[in-house]
Design a protein around this ligand. Structure first.
Ligand code: FES
Length: 510
């Protein structure tokens, strides 16, 4: 086994990226027509790929970077039987039956991870823990009561408890027994091994820029080849290019610190508060040393300063825990769906045979797993009881309209403001090494980054997705789009969709 650092979509290195084997490229695309092309090598793509390949479908998984490069490589890997969209919220939007189905899906995703770990003997630090959610004031106590009622109504076991392993003073708390955590990249690589062993084809560094229907076959284009398939699954977290989901899902960044405590006492639990934005803590043994993972302070991508979020998170952590050192800090992205449930199924307004999955909120481990199973069933034309509930073509205008407006009001602002140049700019001269900024040079906007050698990397800041202006993310050293969450590295290369084209370089322009 070779020790290396698995890359991910940010500059900060999280604890999952070390000591894993280098991913294998099989390079067997040729001219054949695959039963299914899966675009994206995260938990959704690999779960679907494994199920399809094992069912006898000839499958190709194409990943733009390397396996686990996206959000699966940056998740804090909570495996729960409850969800960010609570069961009472689900019931109000989708009825009691809808809420029960959602609870079943979450449970099935949970169980699928467990059975994969057992079946493929994946050594991924999987551990069962009790999950606690506590309330610190009267309003949060009311919220807790609703969550309690909602969970019981759909058959998810939960109870009130008086003891929570947290130093934070609280009023009331709920506990879910039998929750879990794991090391997500080890899990992913276990799936990858099983997929390759089953005869699956994997192409890394293969960015699919679009899929068209050509002579009755879906044809995916990338820079060097055409790939033909009877079905295509976008397991890219957000389907690429401009699509309906740009208006139905809002991108968020979430932050994590992994710290060592002077006391050496780490909570043996998954613990969440009810604040908005919330905090959570859990522990994990990394490189033989136990660490406390403290996360949260989520905000919409490209809107707040990530360095502030990290500073606030560290302040919060030091308020309640005796920290001896901060070992890791990193951030990751997820998408909040407008009506609370993910979109998994046939891609709206796309040719027949194209499927997608997005809008997992903060529950990507369970929902990514269940999406993998649902999508593989759809490709195999097998019934799946969640197909209707998660159908991307569903319309929930009445329930979701106000949320849609709320989530996207700032998108509308950026669409207008970015095009007409109302942003503050700064001078290139004052740009420090390691710093990026939007500046104005000769009347045009430049996304400028000065590297440690003093070289300026100047990009056209116009997002190639739908022309909003990107903002600098100083923590991950990336350019993040505030509209639909596309992200680019300092050379302008796409890190995160929905964009599929790199930012223009001013040096390259004629
Ligand atoms: Fe849509 Fe940038 S991600 S405009």
């Amino acid at each position: 086994m070779k020790t290396n650092i698995i890359p991910r979509d940010g500059e900060l290195v999280g604890p999952w990226q070390k000591d894993l084997f280098t991913a294998v490229q099989t390079g067997r695309v040729g001219n054949e027509v695959f039963d299914c092309l899966i675009v994206g090598g995260g938990i959704t793509g690999l779960t679907a790929a494994l199920l399809l390949q094992q069912s006898g479908k000839k499958t190709l998984l194409a990943e733009a970077h390397t396996i686990g490069f996206g959000t699966t490589g940056g998740t804090s890997a909570h495996i729960n039987t409850f969800a960010d969209t609570t069961y009472n919220e689900t019931e109000s939007a989708f009825g009691t039956e809808g809420a029960k189905l959602f609870a079943d899906a979450i449970r099935e995703g949970f169980d699928l991870i467990k059975s994969n770990i057992e079946n493929y003997k994946i050594d991924c630090d999987y551990e069962l823990k009790t999950g606690y959610l506590y309330a610190e004031n009267e309003d949060e106590v009311k919220l807790l009561a609703e969550i309690f009622e909602g969970a019981l109504k759909v058959g998810v076991p939960v109870k009130y408890v008086t003891e929570v392993p947290t130093p934070v003073p609280y009023e009331k708390a709920l506990a879910w027994a039998g929750q879990a955590q794991f090391q997500p990249l080890k899990y992913l690589q276990g799936l990858q091994k099983a997929y390759l062993a089953a005869g699956g084809t994997l192409e890394e560094h293969t960015l699919i820029t679009g899929v068209i229907l050509k002579n009755g076959v879906l044809t995916a284009e990338n820079a060097v080849q055409s790939i033909k398939a009877k079905a295509v699954i976008y397991a890219t977290h957000m389907p690429p290019n401009i699509n309906l989901f740009n208006f139905e899902c809002a991108p968020y960044r979430s932050y994590v610190l992994a710290v060592q405590l002077k006391s050496g006492q780490y909570p043996d639990a998954l613990i969440y508060d009810s604040q908005e934005p919330y905090h959570y803590v859990r522990s994990h043994v990394i490189d033989g040393q136990e660490l406390l993972l403290v996360g949260g302070l989520d905000h919409k991508t490209g809107h707040d300063d990530p360095e502030n979020a990290f500073a606030e998170l560290e302040k919060y952590t030091r308020t309640y825990y005796n920290v001896s050192s901060v070992k890791y800090r990193w951030s990751s992205q997820y998408y909040v769906p407008v009506d609370g449930l993910p979109y998994i199924g046939k891609m709206p307004l796309a040719p027949k045979g194209i499927y997608c999955a997005t809008g997992y909120n903060g529950n990507g481990m369970m929902l990514g797993s269940i999406a993998g199973r649902l999508l593989s069933d759809l490709v195999r034309k097998r019934p799946n009881k969640y197909a209707g509930l998660f159908d991307p073509c569903r319309v929930k205008l009445i329930d979701s309209f106000s949320e849609l407006v709320k989530e996207n009001s700032d998108v509308a602002y950026h669409f207008v403001a970015d095009r007409f140049g109302f942003h503050e700019t700064d001078s290139l001269i004052r740009l420090e090494p390691g710093q990026g900024k939007l500046v104005e040079v000769d009347g045009r906007k430049v996304a400028a980054y000065r590297d440690e050698d003093g070289t300026i990397h100047a990009l056209n800041p116009t997002c190639t997705h739908a022309a909003c202006i990107v903002n600098w993310n100083g923590a991950e050293k990336s350019w993040d789009c505030p509209c639909h969450g596309a992200r680019y590295d300092i050379e302008g290369r796409v890190l995160t969709g929905p964009a599929t084209r790199d930012l223009g370089r001013y040096g390259d322009e004629k």
